[in-house]
Design a protein around this ligand. Structure first.
Ligand code: TXA
Ligand code: MG
Length: 331
């Protein structure tokens, strides 16, 4: 069974030695908790896939501490400097052409590698002190909701990993924005996240293409970013979505139903077989994103026949929340 380590100076050296020795450690980041292993050591990377039951065709993000490290593992386009100045360290992942040093296992055989410089102070210190490149997918079983606190990691992976650093609740609560920069003149947003499309476009001075390709129904379809499966981030309880702002709720014969409102709406009539929850009291998108996975995890396994979730208003972080909701519901 996993033990908790502290996200402070006292356990920093222990975590660094574990990772340098090839072990896996679950670490807090500002987005979600990651399951970290040495990205340049194949047996560590293999173990990351195994623990998550993640298919080997879904590549991992490599985390690093310093801008200068990027060129060790990837070809650096000129535009990256402006992006890094604006958003790193922080919740932006860029996909670049990879260099040979990165094992094919990390990138699922692709010629590109996804790179991110996380902002959370503990993982930053781990990266700085160890000088490692850390492969770190979200620390959840493949396809399930991402973990936003150490207890989430323990509850779903605690039987398979030994070390979880407890850094409390993640600030953003949803995963980083993923931007494909392999063709710098044609940047593509692969996964919406805390850094939204408008802010990227403002810094890049050009339009960012959304995902032109539809989400993939299965792993066997051609995938622009293999993690972009239509069904992902899913609770075990069936989940239906409702349009943002809907006032007349449909009746569901089977109960009990958990109704997750985006924002508390006192004049909304909730049918008697529904229990109501909300992601935010006042419509703050940052708060909604931070609460999203934690609330869904809490309700999943609480005996509900259905999770009914109201979408967030579109735009900015609302798009990232709705992306996770739609994929959670598989629509
Ligand atoms: O916020 C985050 O990004 C978290 C924290 C732990 O850093 N990590 C995370 O990793 O969400 P993961 O593995 O759960 O999601 C990585 C996403 C997947 O959709 C994967 O397919 C995509 O990034 N990805 C990784 N490498 C890629 C590549 N070379 N080309 C396209 N997509 C890639
Ligand atoms: Mg994930």
């Amino acid at each position: 069974m996993a033990r908790f380590l502290k996200a402070g100076e006292q356990d920093l050296d222990i975590v660094v030695s574990l990772l340098c020795a090839g072990e896996l450690v679950a670490l807090p980041t500002e987005t979600v908790y990651g399951l970290a292993g040495n990205a340049l050591r194949e047996e560590s990377v293999r173990r990351v896939f195994e623990v998550k039951s993640r298919p080997f065709i879904d590549p991992l993000i490599v985390h690093l501490a310093d801008y200068e490290q990027v060129e060790e593992i990837a070809c650096v386009p000129a535009v990256l400097e402006q992006l890094a100045e604006s958003f790193w360290p922080g919740p932006l992942t860029v996909v670049l052409k990879k260099k040979e040093i990165v094992p094919d296992l990390v990138t699922a055989g692709l010629s590109s590698v996804a790179i991110r410089m996380p902002a959370h102070s503990f993982i930053r210190r781990v990266l700085q002190r160890s000088k490692l490149f850390l492969a770190a997918p979200s620390a959840n079983p493949f396809g399930y909701l991402s973990p936003t606190c150490a207890e989430h990691v323990r509850d779903s992976l605690g039987g398979q990993i030994e070390h979880i650093v407890n850094g409390g609740e993640c600030v953003h609560g949803i995963e980083s924005t993923v931007l494909d920069l392999q063709d710098p003149r044609n940047p593509v947003l692969l996964r919406p996240g805390p850094v939204d499309q408008q802010r990227l476009e403002a810094v890049l001075g050009r339009l960012v293409q959304g995902r032109a390709t539809k989400l993939c129904a299965s792993m066997s379809e051609a995938v622009p970013s293999p993690g972009l499966l239509k069904q992902h981030y899913s609770p075990r309880t069936p989940m239906h979505l409702l349009p943002s702002g809907i006032m007349d709720l449909p009746e569901y014969a089977k109960g009990p139903v958990a109704m997750i409102q985006f924002k508390r709406q006192s004049d909304r009539v909730i049918p008697s077989n529904m229990q109501s929850f909300c992601l935010t009291e006042d419509g703050d998108l940052c708060v909604a994103a931070r609460n999203l996975f934690a609330l869904m995890r809490r309700l999943d396994g609480d005996g509900y026949a259905l999770l009914l979730v109201e979408e967030a208003p579109p735009g900015g972080l609302g798009d990232a929340i709705n992306d996770r909701l739609r994929r959670g519901a598989g629509v």
